[in-house]
Design a protein around this ligand. Structure first.
Ligand SMILES: Cc1cc2nc3c(=O)[nH]c(=O)nc-3n(C[C@H](O)[C@H](O)[C@H](O)COP(=O)(O)O)c2cc1C
Length: 390
């Protein structure tokens, strides 16, 4: 990309890639690498995007252009678009109150928003801040069954109907950039401290009001002298259930009466197992290439999973969605819609709610244009006949 827009008028940002360049410009190095980086050699991170480009679209010509119908059902939720904002932790490092900014952007488009266990705003704060939001909660299962139970009870108490269990992060991926940026846990290296000085606006916005934000959902469980970002990190490292397995997940199924989704599925056998346990839906995902480097890209893994489940369970996909045409390709391969990860995070890091909304606008416009150019009147029409693998 030769140039990108750096000014305050986000309507002049034309693509997710351009929003990423703006986020890169506005964030200090350590926060940018946290957002954009992948595990180890970043093979899977890159494959997530390049494997979309290996799929070509077939198009019919001379089909009258109408506004295509985009409304869909995402694992039981009605969504105005075949996309939603997926879960991500520690968004407050990108922009103040970023979880709420993302939730408001999702609400404005009438699409669901999924809050992470390790978000900065608590689920109750998001619920209070955004009226009429289709709010989902993503669980990183904790070792303590009573704490898990409490998180689920809190979610139920505020009318969250959809729980997403993330299964691909029982061990944190080897993100070397993260280890390089910190001299000790949460202690930036001198090089990174100097780099902060190049980002006075970020310091003013994110750091000066209250320092690094804590993890709202976990605050009630932290000892009084550890109510800090550092305390929350320590807690999650100690509490994350690295022994989560199918038996434990089956117990969570029994505890949760609402919709239950497994996020992080790449193998057809796992999809079948989740189906047997009564999951309502799956997210085909490799965590945006942040976990197992060398894993299949999500779009590459999808066809075998579609074959295995034979339409008996709802599917979504994430990892690598950067263009409206990526959403078309995933939908043509039979998912109901996609979860957005970095795309909307690039937006929120560039301009809070306005930035996230701009990304959703860009993706919606691209999606409509792509369907118009293909001669497709509704996303429901899409099938693998619209794809050609080169
Ligand atoms: C900064 C960042 C934080 C994330 N935190 C979480 C999280 O807390 N829980 C989770 O299930 N997935 C998390 N993810 C993974 C996303 O939900 C999603 O799977 C991934 O971002 C999709 O890939 P993409 O960013 O290439 O679209 C995170 C991703 C990023 C980039």
């Amino acid at each position: 990309m030769r140039r990108f827009y750096k000014g305050p008028d986000l309507s002049r940002v034309l693509s997710v890639a351009e929003m990423a360049a703006l986020a890169r410009h506005r964030l200090p190095d350590f926060a940018w690498e946290y957002l954009a980086g992948g595990a180890e050699n970043e093979q899977t991170l890159h494959a997530n995007e390049t494997d979309f480009s290996r799929l070509r679209l077939t198009a019919h010509t001379l089909v009258a252009n109408h506004h295509p119908s985009l409304e869909t059902s995402l694992i039981g939720s009605t969504s105005a678009l075949p996309m939603m904002i997926g879960p991500s932790g520690f968004n407050g490092m990108l922009w103040p109150q970023a979880d709420i900014a993302l939730a408001k952007a999702a609400r404005a488009k009438r699409i669901p928003f999924c809050l992470s266990t390790v978000s900065n705003a608590s689920m109750e704060q998001v619920r209070d801040a955004v009226d009429d939001l289709d709010l989902w909660f993503q669980l990183y299962s904790l070792k303590s069954p009573s704490l898990n139970g409490d998180l689920l009870a809190r979610a139920r108490a505020i009318d969250i109907n959809t729980l997403v269990i993330t299964s691909d992060a029982l061990v944190v991926g080897n993100r070397e950039w993260d280890r390089r940026n910190f001299a000790r846990p949460r202690q930036l290296t001198w090089r990174n401290k100097l780099d902060l000085l190049r980002h006075p606006n970020w310091i003013r916005r994110v750091m000066l009001p209250n320092g690094l934000p804590t993890m709202g959902n976990l605050n009630p469980y932290l000892p009084a002298n550890e109510q800090s970002a550092l305390g929350a990190m320590k807690f999650i490292q100690e509490q994350l259930d690295t022994l989560l397995d199918w038996d434990k997940v089956a117990r969570l199924r029994d505890q949760w009466q609402g919709k239950l989704i497994l996020k992080g599925v790449l193998h057809p056998d796992d999809a079948i197992q989740a189906m047997k346990l009564g999951f309502d839906g799956l997210v085909v995902s490799n965590h945006g290439g942040r976990q197992l480097d060398g894993a299949l890209s999500s779009i590459e893994a999808l066809p075998a999973i579609v074959d295995a489940v034979g339409g008996q369970i709802d599917l979504m996909l994430d990892s690598g969605i950067r263009r409206g045409s990526d959403i078309v390709k995933a939908t043509a391969l039979d998912v109901q819609g996609v979860m957005l990860g970095r795309a909307t995070l690039f937006g929120v890091a560039s301009g809070g709610q306005a930035g996230a909304s701009r990304v959703l606008d860009i993706l919606e416009e691209e999606l409509i244009r792509c369907l118009n150019l293909m001669g497709v009147q509704s996303i429901d029409e899409l099938s693998s006949d619209h794809l050609y693998r080169s």
